[in-house]
Design a protein around this ligand. Structure first.
Ligand code: HEM
Length: 140
């Protein structure tokens, strides 16, 4: 599976204008299907909601700039050690993210688009996960 930047960007461009509704769908999905992670988040997630989707927008915009992408993901992963996030949580977030994108992209959500997002989330979770694991070790 490889990342097709054209498919990632075109599908994200369809979803992004739905703004707050997209982020709301994501957290509803995550907390409904994976209630164990709810307590990691603040009670009112309004601010966090915008930050996660803004970060995704940055990642999508930097897709062709591997060096910056890796740096942003490592920094983000290291910060997540302070939020109680674990590598084991990444599949739940990935599943919720893809379900949200699929729901809002409608007919544009093809098998190829899904494969591309799966590959991209693999890079996100591997890079963030490695930085998270090192940060946890460092904090011990
Ligand atoms: C696509 C992957 C992810 C992205 C882009 C992302 C993005 C963000 C951003 C931008 C923030 C705001 C603070 C900051 O910039 O450091 C944040 C906070 C947070 N993230 Fe993530 N995150 C991701 C994956 C995860 C995972 C797998 C978990 C584990 C459950 C998680 C849990 C949290 C928590 C608990 C906070 C703090 C929330 C609060 O204070 O209420 N994130 N995330």
């Amino acid at each position: 599976m490889t990342i097709n930047p054209v498919l990632i960007k075109s599908s994200f461009a369809l979803v992004e204008p739905h703004g707050v509704a997209v982020a709301g769908y994501f957290y509803d999905y995550l907390f409904e299907h994976h209630p164990a992670v709810r307590d990691l988040f603040a009670e009112h997630i309004d601010e966090q909601r915008d930050l996660l989707w803004a970060a995704l927008g940055t990642l999508v915009a930097r897709l062709d700039d591997t060096e910056t992408l890796q740096r942003v993901l490592r920094d983000l992963g290291a910060r997540h050690a302070g939020y109680g996030a674990l590598v084991d949580h990444f599949p739940a977030v990935g599943e919720s993210l893809l379900a949200t994108l699929a729901h809002h992209a409608g007919d544009a959500w093809t098998e190829e688009t899904e494969a591309s997002w799966t590959a991209l989330y693999g890079v996100i979770s591997d890079t963030m996960g490695q930085a998270l694991t090192s940060a946890h070790q460092y904090r011990r």
